[in-house]
Design a binder for this molecule. Structure first.
Ligand SMILES: [Zn+2]
Length: 152
């Protein structure tokens, strides 16, 4: 933690106390170089990201669920467990970087499809067909055509 006065990056803690019902820790510090005092706040990482499902219910983000969904789509396809892990890591990172506390299951589904697109076309189509719940054959064909168009 850099001193706001001189930029020196070492200080001693004079006093520590919880505020905000214990979610924030307030520390009174003294710069080891210029001896000026300043205050820092430490925030506890909040509860996990919540996923808003189609029916409006919320559920804690569950990485394993995404892994399972992808494994199912990649069954008997040349996609390794490592590739699936990496894809899910990418998705997690995207969500983290967005700094959002809530995300819809639809958005997660889109992210999974993005990853599968690059990994394996058959797995992608399998996942899309389950996920988008195609009402009829035509909408499924439309999706496929879109996919092929985008690729070319
Ligand atoms: Zn200082």
């Amino acid at each position: 933690m850099k001193c706001p006065f001189c930029g020196y990056d070492d200080s001693k803690v004079l006093d520590t106390r919880p505020t905000d019902e214990g979610y924030t820790i307030r520390r009174r510090r003294e710069c080891l170089k210029c001896q000026k005092r300043f205050t820092t706040y430490e925030k506890i990482e909040q509860s996990p990201v919540m996923v808003i499902k189609k029916d409006g219910n919320r559920q804690a983000f569950d990485r394993d669920k995404i892994v399972r969904g992808m494994i199912k789509s990649c069954e008997k396809r040349p996609v390794s467990a490592d590739e699936i892990e990496e894809a899910v890591n990418n998705i997690e990172k995207k969500i983290e970087n967005s700094m959002r506390r809530e995300i819809t299951s639809l958005e997660i589904g889109e992210m999974v499809m993005d990853e599968l697109k690059d990994l394996d076309e058959v797995s992608y189509v399998r996942f899309a067909s389950v996920y988008r719940e195609f009402k009829d054959l035509q909408s499924f064909v439309d999706e496929l055509e879109n996919f092929v168009k985008k690729k070319n």
